[in-house]
Design a protein. Structure first.
Length: 251
């Protein structure tokens, strides 16, 4: 049985990825820092409390996975939304936390997955970026910078690991329905002096499909990128966002 690891996999997009990989026949491992969410994961999954930005914890996790038989797919999905603020108002600690988890966590996934995937002569690395990693995004400097970095990391991984049969791709979700996006909407509304509904409509109207996307939409793309149907797809930035045209919702 193939094995897939999803970081930040106990809720939201990560949980949807876990469900999709389980339905596709994978043995699923997930990490998270939310103990309550981890406790709600299906019994068939291997769930571990791991901080994706902690080198020691990530190394121990991958050591355990190696003993279990290796890894076919890693979804580096952990990320922190970071503050919604003008750049001069962003605290240094908030910047570091966002970049350490979002970009540093993706790096650690690749660092520790690469040796076992090289030994196997195959593997798929799927990194969760964002439309904020494609556009400049006002009032979201740490998040946007980290997500741009994820794409740069992915492009490098695809080139470096491709000769070993390992593929790397990045998914760029747009506005995803769910609690996390609700928090973003509320913070952005406060920062811009808008209502939550006005910000929501701004996001939706900024896509050609006039819609948010779902966690399941993102999960389905992750499973496809890990599948034989995508065996010649590597180094790609794939948006699942309803085609975002305007990343800065206006009143």
């Amino acid at each position: 049985m193939k094995r897939a690891l999803v970081t930040a996999g106990a809720s939201g997009i990560g949980f949807a990825m876990g469900e999709a990989f389980a339905q596709a026949g994978y043995e699923v491992w997930v990490t998270d820092v939310d103990d309550a969410a981890l406790a709600r994961c299906p019994d068939a999954w291997t769930a571990r409390r791991v901080d994706s930005s902690d080198d020691g914890q990530m190394r121990a996790l991958f050591d355990e996975i190696s003993v279990a038989g290796g890894l076919d797919v890693v979804c580096a999905n952990a990320g922190v939304a970071g503050p919604t603020a003008h750049v001069e108002d962003v605290a240094w600690d908030d910047w570091k936390t966002c970049v350490d988890v979002t970009l540093g966590g993706a790096f650690l996934c690749a660092k520790y997955a690469a040796p076992m995937m090289k030994a196997a002569g195959q593997g798929a690395i799927v990194l969760t970026s964002s439309t904020a990693g494609v556009f400049g995004y006002p009032n979201r400097a740490p998040y946007s910078a980290a997500k741009w970095g994820v794409i740069g990391l992915m492009k490098t991984l695809a080139m470096e690991l491709g000769p070993f049969g390992i593929r790397a791709n990045a998914i760029c979700p747009g506005a995803v329905e769910g609690p996390r996006m609700e928090g973003v909407l509320e913070r952005e509304a406060a920062a811009k002096g808008m209502t939550r509904d006005a910000v929501y409509e701004g996001y939706a109207s900024g896509t050609s499909l006039r819609t948010f996307v779902t966690a399941e939409d993102i999960a389905n793309m992750a499973v496809f990128l890990a599948s034989n149907g995508a065996q010649r797809v590597s180094g790609q930035v794939i948006s699942v966002d309803g085609h975002t045209e305007n990343p800065d919702p206006k009143p």
